[in-house]
Design a protein around this ligand. Structure first.
Ligand code: C2O
Ligand code: CU
Length: 530
């Protein structure tokens, strides 16, 4: 199980291959790929997503549509999908304890921008264009969760009221339609949802223009500027096991730069990529100080030389440019794709994310600070769990070692639920990764805590019994000690998490946040019962 063919990361190498990638024979003959090494890096300023404008008290109306947007000065405009004519979408700012309602309107065209694989569950019947917005990290009732079955078609709208009954956090919203989530998100349907609260307000963190959201995504393009998503699969006609692009975008711009003052900044970093992990570091050797994880502030800041971010994960960080006047600092990436055993990140392309130019004069004394305690975190006790569940993950290969599907619990998404947490109880879930890749596992509804990781004997493992654990159990990394909604399950390891299922009953999904996996079929329901 732990061996798989290296090519599986559906990569786009650099060089001549790019022009005629053999897997794109149908397309490549007529439409050449864009060679990203021809684009001048750091020629566009980092765009800041606009703030979503309320249409009434605590009410928003956000429309999905297709439009063209220039993603790099040297590229023709690209046809994308976005929210309110923007890719990424506008940032929704909300406050804990103050519900807001969002009317999500689908005004997308009736023809999809990207090739659909009709052999995938959910994409086999029904209209091409279906969309539904999920608030990732939101503690919400099932009716407004925006789950994979709740899609609606062009011309329709849904009103979702979000209770915001949770801590300040960097949440995000993105499309979740069954069987085409990877395509809808790739086309551009994602945005930030920042939740604030008095605990965070009281901290002297960089704020205002010194607080900047950064969504990192990899893409590939045709020379005419259009998005290039693989359209030729192996066991499924147009499904690839992972999409890895050769071009990096931040906030919808290809390799942008940001001019900064020599002071502290707060960055809300989101890995909004379909499948690519990032191992981020600053070229000047300065640490990245992480102050928050998916579900809110950490108890205290963690200084990192490398920040590892799986698809769907967020890191709230502080970067200090003090004393760096006139420097150009690169944010770089060394994560292999697939992670952690795939191809090295090409230092000329996906090894670079964006540039910070410390060219702005200091506008005033930097009074920001990182206090020793950010927010006390209540630890959930695994010992008090009402249930301990073993959740294996499998990858199924065909006779040629090509992946057919990836699964949780050995079941498909449309098989009946087997997991019924009782409302108000705490559960321990052991995520058992029998595959060769890391999978970021995301639970809807809850913010959970990571308990431990431990290797197990993959050859002796059978889903009918517990895994045979090997060696020592490792504690979570220091930057994983806060609230999480997405956790990296490493290959050959059991990743143990603990969650409390409060407030709402009903059915929610949990899934791998590698969107190609989620679409085929690495997603399962759980039902919280009274
Ligand atoms: Cu970010 Cu179920 O998704
Ligand atoms: Cu996965």
């Amino acid at each position: 199980m732990l061996t798989r063919k290296r090519f599986l990361g559906y990569g786009f190498g650099a060089g001549a291959d790019l022009l005629f990638p053999h897997r794109f024979s149908a397309f490549a003959a007529t439409t050449p790929a864009l060679d990203p090494s021809l684009l001048t890096k750091f020629s566009d300023a980092l765009p800041l997503p606009t703030a979503a404008a309320p249409v009434g008290p605590s009410a928003y109306h956000i429309t999905m549509s297709q439009f063209r947007q220039r993603l790099h000065t040297e590229m023709p405009p690209t046809t994308v999908w976005g929210y309110d004519q923007s890719y990424p979408g506008p940032t929704i700012e909300a406050r804990s304890g103050e519900p807001i309602s969002v009317t999500w309107s689908n005004e997308l065209p009736t023809q999809h921008l990207l090739p659909i694989d009709r052999t995938l569950d959910g994409a086999d019947t029904g209209p091409d264009v279906r969309a539904v917005t999920h608030l990732h990290g939101g503690h919400v009732p099932p009716a407004v969760d925006g789950g994979p079955l709740d899609w609606f078609v062009p011309g329709e709208s849904r009103v979702f009221t979000y209770p915001n009954a949770q801590h300040a956090a960097t949440l995000w919203y993105h499309d979740h339609a069954l069987g085409i989530t990877r395509l809808n998100v790739f086309a551009g349907l994602a945005g930030f949802y920042l939740l604030r609260d008095p605990v965070e307000d009281a901290l002297p963190l960089p704020a205002g223009s010194y607080e900047v959201p950064l969504v990192i995504q990899d893409r590939a393009f045709f020379a005419n500027g259009e998005l290039r998503y693989p359209d030729e699969g192996v066991t499924h006609p147009v499904w690839v096991p992972e999409f890895f692009g050769d071009t990096i975008l931040v906030n919808g711009k290809v390799w942008p730069y940001l001019e900064v003052e020599p002071r502290r900044y707060r960055f809300r970093i989101l890995n909004g990529s379909n499948a690519r992990f990032y191992e981020l570091f600053l070229s000047n050797g300065e640490p990245i100080r992480q102050i928050g994880s998916d579900g809110g502030l950490l108890e205290s800041a963690v200084a990192l030389n490398r920040l590892l971010l799986a698809p769907g994960e967020r890191a709230d960080v502080i970067v200090d440019f003090t004393g760096q006047e006139s420097q150009s600092i690169l944010l770089r990436n060394t994560a292999k794709a697939p992670f952690p055993n795939g191809d090295a990140a090409d230092p000329r392309t996906v090894g670079q994310i964006m540039q910070f130019r410390v060219t702005r004069p200091l506008a005033g004394v930097d009074t920001s600070d990182i206090p020793p305690t950010l927010r006390p975190i209540e630890r959930l006790a695994p010992a008090s769990a009402a249930a301990v569940r073993d959740i294996p993950m499998f990858e199924h290969l065909d006779a040629d070692d090509e992946p057919i599907t990836v699964q949780l619990e050995g079941l498909d998404f449309d098989d009946p639920a087997t997991i019924f947490p009782r409302r108000g109880t705490t559960e321990v879930w052991r995520l058992i990764n029998t595959t060769g890749d890391a999978h970021p596992i995301h639970l809807h509804l809850v913010q959970f805590q990571v308990v431990s990781r431990q290797r197990f004997d993959t050859r002796r493992y059978s889903p009918t019994g517990p895994p045979t654990l090997i060696g020592q159990s490792k504690p979570p990394n220091a930057n994983e000690l806060g609230w999480k909604d997405t956790v990296r399950a490493n290959p050959g390891e059991v990743t143990t998490i603990v969650a409390r299922f409060d407030d709402f009953t009903g059915t929610y999904p949990f899934h791998c946040h590698i969107l190609e996996h989620e679409d085929n079929d690495m997603m399962r329901p759980f039902e919280v019962v009274a």
